[in-house]
Design a protein around this ligand. Structure first.
Ligand SMILES: [Zn+2]
Length: 302
């Protein structure tokens, strides 16, 4: 090949694409949206859902966590700024079953986007106790990995519907993450299969988990009163239960004062371990924290 031919090839391969790019660039119809702005703008209500949405959407969506790191979502209320953030989003991902009590206010504010209820397809249990006698559902579905899989799939389906160009991407990300959840599920099933079944949790966050793995949860505090004080009567009955069932480990959650659990543990000559409800954003992934819970449950039950 002589030098002229080489030059000709370079000219063709460089100049032609550049000139077509120039034509493309001056077309007013293609200038309106940059790739950044065209991403789905998603709000996730609290930490586990945030992580699920990030795993499914990765770099193709912008996911913002609503309840700030370190804050308990049970009784969180949005500020005006939070409401404005929500108004500007395409999708808001909620847990559902009454966990996000602020969601009705969004309708009053004429929200134009879509609210994705990840509990869709999950049969809600009634809350174990409710001191106000409300007909409230138990929201803690994410603590059962089998239900977490449904939540992940619901998120993937919502992303697919609102961004059809990337259906394949969202569905295959969901598939890989669900595969990890399947592993976690079989690990829990195997590890706890020949162990005791009664455990004492702090608030009743583990009903779905207990049902799934054939365990029986006793609680110190009801879920609707997540940082409430246990009454003396309740403490006494928990101590009696622990003695009757020969339970030596009392669970606390990472964000509450462990003194209540310690009082009980002291009475039964046992000890306190953490069983995380994963409600508060902190270090570690969903899978890591669930594995930590499993380790602590094994210590208590096996
Ligand atoms: Zn809770």
């Amino acid at each position: 090949m002589n030098i002229q031919t080489k030059l000709a090839i370079i000219v063709i391969s460089v100049v032609i694409p550049l000139s077509s790019l120039a034509v493309y660039g001056t077309n007013p119809n293609t200038e309106s949206t940059s790739p950044e702005n065209s991403k789905l703008q998603v709000i996730s209500s609290f930490n586990p859902l945030h992580e699920f949405a990030q795993n499914v959407g990765q770099d193709k969506v912008d996911v913002t966590l609503l309840v700030p790191v370190g804050v308990e979502p049970h009784d969180w209320e949005p500020t005006i700024k939070d409401v404005q953030k929500m108004q500007a989003s395409d999708l808001i991902i909620i847990n559902g079953i009454g966990f996000e009590n602020w969601v009705d206010k969004l309708d009053d504010n004429n929200y134009q986007g879509t609210i994705i209820d990840t509990s869709d397809g999950i049969l809600a249990k009634k809350s174990q106790e409710d001191e106000y006698d409300h007909e409230s559902g138990d929201p803690h579905i994410w603590l059962n990995p089998v239900y977490a899989k449904i939540q992940v799939q619901n998120i993937a389906d919502a992303f697919s519907k609102h961004d059809p160009q990337n259906v394949q991407f969202y569905q295959s990300n969901a598939e890989s993450y669900i595969e990890e959840l399947n592993l976690l599920d079989s690990q829990i099933r195997n590890d706890l299969s020949n162990c005791n079944s009664d455990f004492i949790a702090f608030h009743d966050a583990f009903s779905y988990f207990a049902d799934e793995y054939g365990l029986h949860q006793h609680t110190i505090i009801s879920s609707t009163d997540s940082h409430g004080e246990a009454t003396a009567k309740k403490l006494e009955s928990v101590i009696t239960t622990a003695k009757e069932l020969n339970i030596k480990i009392i669970f606390s959650k990472e964000t509450v004062d462990a003194r209540t659990s310690q009082t009980i543990a002291h009475e039964i000559d046992g000890k306190v371990l953490v069983l995380s409800s994963l409600e508060i954003a902190s270090d570690g992934t969903y899978i890591e924290k669930m594995n930590q819970n499993l380790e602590n449950l094994k210590e208590a039950l096996c």
